[in-house]
Write a protein that binds this ligand. Structure first.
Ligand SMILES: [Zn+2]
Length: 261
């Protein structure tokens, strides 16, 4: 049994065949799936889908690439959406300095910090997107904006072992996706080897970044089993062990078994 803790089934790429995608995931042993929004709109869509499929859950948040015009009203709407019973976390939120045309760093930091504070106040874990912004991301989760009691995951982790150590000390989980299966990626497998088994999560980030042997195609939650297989190879463990550990980790982080108030 696997869990895909990060995929965007709200994406138009799944408009025509979502039933089949969910069926294939179930057939491959994916027990449940978490779909984080990236805007108010996609957060609402993720929640609507989560009410259509038992195995689907949602997170709500404003993604750094979509935060240019984010207003206080938008943040209030995100907060209101967390009242839905299928919302498990605030995300995806964070910093993305990869593209020059991304929103200004100061704006990204402000919206990220406000959503970290919101998560802390609501007692919800966070799903963090950090692309080429490791230093500032670490600074923010080390600041008062983040409440370590709520926990969180650095999704599609792409930083160094040194940064991983800091995040693990803060209680974070590290999520890994298709890129750990890519031949030219030496860095992420090193972090997978280093990180303790009880802090790892497997994700797809569908429809993006399909793992080998599906690289280049549309990604989907069923392929999280391929990410698990690669993780098993790196950790020198049977894939069943990876499945068991990452599922338990996901249930612990997102409080899935405790029920929600
Ligand atoms: Zn994502």
């Amino acid at each position: 049994m696997f869990v895909d803790t990060h995929c965007h089934l709200d994406d138009p790429a799944f408009e025509d065949d979502l039933d089949a995608v969910i069926t294939r995931a179930r057939a491959r042993g994916i027990a449940w799936i978490l779909d984080p929004g990236t805007t108010v709109k996609t957060s609402e869509r993720a929640i609507a889908l989560a009410h259509q499929y038992d195995s689907l859950y949602a997170a709500v948040g404003i993604h750094p690439e979509d935060c240019a015009d984010a207003s206080t009203e938008d943040l209030d709407q995100i907060e209101a959406l967390t009242r839905d019973e299928k919302v498990l976390a605030i995300g995806e939120i964070g910093l993305d300095y990869h593209w020059a045309e991304n929103p200004p760093k100061a704006q990204q930091k402000q919206i990220f910090a406000r959503q970290l504070e919101m998560a802390g106040a609501l007692g919800l874990p966070v799903i963090v997107h950090d692309r080429d912004a490791h230093g500032d991301s670490v600074d923010l989760v080390k600041s008062d904006a983040f409440n370590p009691d709520t926990g969180g995951v650095f999704h599609c982790y792409s930083g160094s072992v040194e940064t991983a150590r800091i995040l693990l000390d803060l209680g974070f989980y590290l999520g890994f996706d298709g890129p750990i299966t890519f031949k030219n990626n030496k860095k992420s497998p090193e972090v997978v080897a280093f990180a303790p088994l009880d802090r790892l999560l497997i994700e797809t980030d569908s429809p993006y970044m399909a793992p080998v042997p599906h690289r280049g195609k549309r990604n989907e939650p069923a392929f999280v089993a391929d990410v698990a297989a690669k993780m098993a190879e790196i950790k020198h463990l049977p894939v069943e062990k990876i499945a068991e550990a990452t599922t338990a980790n996901a249930e612990r982080l997102f409080h899935l078994k405790e029920g929600r108030s």
